[in-house]
Design a protein around this ligand. Structure first.
Ligand code: GLA
Length: 391
């Protein structure tokens, strides 16, 4: 047992009396490239990181839920069927736990009440998928505790269903698949149409390169509504593309190519065209990223990160002045190969490829300087890649 597991197990005994029946870890993730492409069935390339959520759980037979969060130092007790949040209701940590029971029941699985203790060190609400890690950990724990024969991919779907059906965020499948199936030393190339997932060897450590996450310390308050708005814009752009190319089977923006962009530019309103252009070019960048990783060309990979940021800022409009500032400061540091916002945007973090010899300079010339300029308590995290919950 790791120290974290001993700690949560001990906490469970103290809180609930007796040991947990199952103990599950699910990691957060940083997305290397492929942003906002998952809900249009495109390609993404996340890396699971050495920050995780742990769930210790014991099933009950009386339908009650007793939940304790070590991070919030809070207990919640409930009975009866959990019900999805209503529009505008702000989700609390326990909603992701109860939502997992709801999602499994929605699909006909027999899940009774349970006692659960939650702990984790994924920074909350920073764009490193703390909520997906929590949902995946609880879904895995419930499947084990109630002996439900559900495969890993399906569990990732149920974890996503918590977000789309219970919480009310129309997210894609990237974060949950990563938390479930990521592999240490690798990024995970996910084709979000087929949900095929292939580990791609990173080889960054041997090249002296670190993946650095810089947290802007900007709360993502508008993230959910702005996110859902982007999802809706993509659907509208897809409808317009179908009218433009009636002979083609266009299920999502995934079905458009760079060659289509001039015609789309003429037919679509400017904003919708920009949204579509981001998706099309970002899918291309993911494919290129996988190819350059194959050759170990980290300079080219850095360039792709930089272009991704420009596209997210100008075409997809999910950046903020703070994230742009972090990226600009990073790019001015010798030894930083690339920088971009990561996750949904509207605050949260940037991901940076940094030569290890430049880490001190990164702290000083990006983090400290940003703090001085904005007064926001930015932090940096040098990530190690880690295994997903399935391993
Ligand atoms: C959030 C969502 C993901 C994905 C990213 C943007 O993390 O949960 O499904 O859409 O934003 O790439």
């Amino acid at each position: 047992m790791t120290a974290a597991e001993q700690q949560i197990s001990g906490g469970f005994r103290a809180q609930f009396g007796g040991p947990p029946q199952v103990l599950v870890r699910a990691p957060g993730r940083v997305n290397l490239i492929g942003e906002h492409t998952d809900y249009t069935e495109g390609f993404v390339l996340p890396v699971t990181i050495n920050r995780a959520v742990w769930v210790a759980l014991r099933p009950r037979t009386d339908g009650r839920f007793r939940l304790y969060s070590q991070n919030f130092g809070a207990t919640v007790e409930r009975a009866g069927n959990p019900e999805p949040l209503v529009a505008g209701q702000h989700p609390e940590w326990q909603d992701y736990v109860l939502g997992a029971a709801w999602a499994l029941r929605e699909h006909g699985h027999r899940v009774d009440g349970f006692d659960a203790m939650i702990a984790g060190d994924v920074p909350l609400g920073a764009g490193l998928s703390s909520s997906a890690a929590l949902c995946v950990a609880v879904c895995f724990a419930l499947a084990r505790a109630f002996a439900l024969p559900i495969d890993v991919r399906r569990l990732a779907f149920y974890a996503r269903r918590v977000e789309t059906g219970y919480i009310g965020v129309q997210c894609g499948i990237m974060d949950q698949m990563a938390a479930a199936m990521g592999l240490a030393g690798h990024a995970l190339l996910i084709d979000c149409r087929t949900t095929e997932a292939r580990p791609v060897w990173l080889g960054l450590e041997a090249r002296g390169i670190a993946i650095v996450v810089a947290d802007s310390a900007l709360p993502r308050t508008l993230a959910a509504s702005a996110y859902n708005q982007r999802v809706a814009e993509c659907i509208t752009a897809t409808d317009a593309a179908r009218r433009l190319f009636p002979a083609r089977a266009i299920a999502t923006l995934r079905d458009l190519q760079e060659d289509d962009l001039p015609a789309l530019a003429r037919a679509l309103p400017e904003t919708l065209f920009r949204r579509a252009r981001h998706i099309v070019t970002e899918n291309g960048r993911v494919q290129t990223a996988v190819a350059v990783l194959g050759h170990g060309d980290v300079t080219a990979l850095g360039g792709l990160l930089n272009s991704s940021h420009v596209s997210l800022r100008d075409d997809y409009a999910v950046s903020t002045p703070e994230l742009d500032r972090l990226v600009t400061l990073a790019r001015a540091v010798p030894g930083v190969l690339g920088a971009r916002l990561t996750g949904a945007g509207f605050g949260g973090c940037t991901v940076n490829l940094v030569e290890r010899t430049a880490l001190a300079a990164f702290q000083e010339r990006v983090i400290d300087r940003y703090r001085a300029e904005t007064g926001r308590p930015a932090t940096m995290l040098v990530c190690r890649s880690a295994n997903g919950a399935a391993y």
